[in-house]
Design a protein around this ligand. Structure first.
Ligand code: SAM
Ligand code: SF4
Length: 332
C-alpha cells in the first residue's frame, strides 16, 4: 500500500493536499455562503468518521502531505476530535500537517484537544470585529465567542490565520483596521473574494468587492512587499513591513492560479471533487461501501482524469452560481 503511485492529474499537477468537509452543517448562516433556510444532508448520506479516516489514509498513502478539516463548521460534528486525533497520528508518517478551518464559535472548548491531536495552525473566519456587523453577516453570530476562541487557540499554542471575505459596503471599511489588528496580534490575514457557489438569498454581485480595488487602498496605508510564500494554492502573499505577519489574497475572480493547484476535496457525503468550481466528482462513499479500499483506489484514478485545467468563475448581476453546491458541502 505504501508504494501506491503518486496522484498526478492530466495537466501534470501533483495532488498533495486534501480538504475534508467533516459536516455540511453549521451554527452560523453567513449571507455569502448559505441561505437562512439552508437544508442540510440527511445523516444517512454522510460519511462516517471511520470512512473519512480510511479514505484520508488512502490519500496519505498516495502522497497527500497536508489535510485540512473544514465544512460546514467542523467543530459542530460530534466526535470530530477523534478524527483529528487519528489523522494527527499520521503526522511524520506520510503526513506533514493537519489543519482546520473554523468559524471559531466552539474553538474555546476544543483548542487544547486540537493541539493535543497534532494540529499546529488553524484558519479562523472573522469577517468583522464589530458585533453588529458580525451579527448581520452571520445572521445571528456573537463575535465575542469567536474572539474568545481565537484567544484560547493562541493560548493552547495554535498559530491562527484570519480569513475575511471582502464584502462591498459591508465590511469594506474594516479591512485596513483588520490588517492592523491581525499584524499587531502576530496573525496572518487572508482576504477572499466572494465566489459563486450555491444559491443564497441575495445576489452575490451586489457585495462583490474585487481585491484589486482593496489592494490599491491597502498599499496607500501599509508598506507591503510581495512574499514568495506559497501553499500551492490560490493565495498570493504580501509581507507587512515592520511586522512578522503576512497578508494573503484569494482572488479567483480577478486573478487565476489554477495552473499550480495541488488540492482536491472530499465532501461530507463522500464525493471527491477535483475542483471547487466544477460539478464533476466521483463517489467514494459508494466505492468504500461496495468494494472497500480497492474500489476507492479505482475511483481516485478516474478522478485524476476529471481535474479541469481551471475554474470558470464569473460574478455578474443576476447570474446563476457557477456550481449548485455550496462551499460548506465541498469544504472551503
Ligand atoms: N465554517 C468554517 C468557516 O467559516 O471558517 C469552515 C467552512 S467555510 C465554507 C470556509 C471558508 O470559506 C470561510 O473562510 C468562509 O468565509 C469561506 N466562504 C464560504 N462561502 C464562500 C463563498 N461563497 N465565497 C468565498 N468564500 C466563502
Ligand atoms: Fe458556516 Fe463557515 Fe458558511 Fe459561515 S462560512 S455559514 S461559518 S460554513
Amino acid at each position: 500500500m505504501a508504494c501506491a503511485p503518486a496522484l498526478i492529474d492530466r495537466e501534470g499537477r501533483t495532488i498533495s493536499y486534501l480538504r475534508i468537509s467533516v459536516t455540511d452543517r453549521c451554527d452560523l448562516r453567513c449571507r455569502y455562503c448559505m441561505s437562512e433556510a439552508m437544508s442540510f444532508m440527511p445523516r444517512s448520506a454522510v460519511l462516517s468518521l471511520e470512512e473519512m479516516a480510511l479514505i484520508a489514509e488512502r490519500f496519505i498513502a498516495r502522497g497527500v502531505r497536508k489535510i485540512r478539516l473544514t465544512g460546514g463548521e467542523p467543530l459542530v460534528r460530534r466526535d470530530m476530535i477523534d478524527l483529528a486525533r487519528r489523522l494527527g497520528g499520521k503526522i511524520g508518517s506520510g503526513l506533514d500537517e493537519l489543519t482546520l478551518t473554523t468559524n471559531g464559535t466552539r474553538l474555546a472548548e476544543h483548542a487544547e484537544a486540537l493541539f493535543d491531536a497534532g494540529v499546529r495552525r488553524i484558519n479562523v473566519s472573522l469577517d468583522s470585529r464589530d458585533p453588529d456587523t458580525f451579527r448581520y453577516i452571520t445572521r445571528h453570530g456573537d463575535v465575542t465567542r469567536v474572539l474568545d476562541g481565537i484567544a484560547a487557540a493562541k493560548a493552547a499554542g495554535l498559530a491562527v490565520k484570519i480569513n475575511m471575505v471582502a464584502l462591498k459596503g459591508l465590511n469594506q471599511a474594516e479591512i485596513a483596521p483588520m490588517l492592523a489588528w491581525t499584524s499587531a496580534e502576530g496573525m496572518d490575514l487572508t482576504l477572499i473574494e466572494t465566489m459563486p457557489l450555491g444559491a443564497i438569498d441575495e445576489d452575490r454581485a451586489d457585495r462583490f468587492l474585487p481585491l484589486t480595488e482593496v489592494m490599491a487602498d491597502l498599499r496607500t496605508r501599509f508598506a507591503l512587499t510581495p512574499d514568495s510564500h506559497t501553499t500551492g494554492g490560490p493565495a498570493r502573499y504580501w509581507r507587512i513591513e515592520g511586522t512578522d505577519s503576512r497578508l494573503g489574497l484569494i482572488s479567483p475572480l480577478t486573478a487565476n492560479f489554477c495552473a499550480t493547484c495541488n488540492r482536491v476535496r472530499l465532501s461530507t457525503d463522500g464525493k471527491l471533487h477535483m475542483c471547487l468550481g466544477h460539478e464533476d466528482s466521483v463517489d467514494l462513499k459508494a466505492a468504500i461501501r461496495a468494494g472497500g479500499l480497492a474500489e476507492v483506489d479505482a475511483r481516485i484514478e478516474e478522478a485524476l482524469a476529471l481535474k479541469p485545467a481551471r475554474h470558470d468563475f464569473r460574478i455578474a448581476p443576476g447570474a446563476a452560481p457557477a456550481v449548485a453546491r455550496h462551499m460548506s458541502v465541498t469544504g472551503g
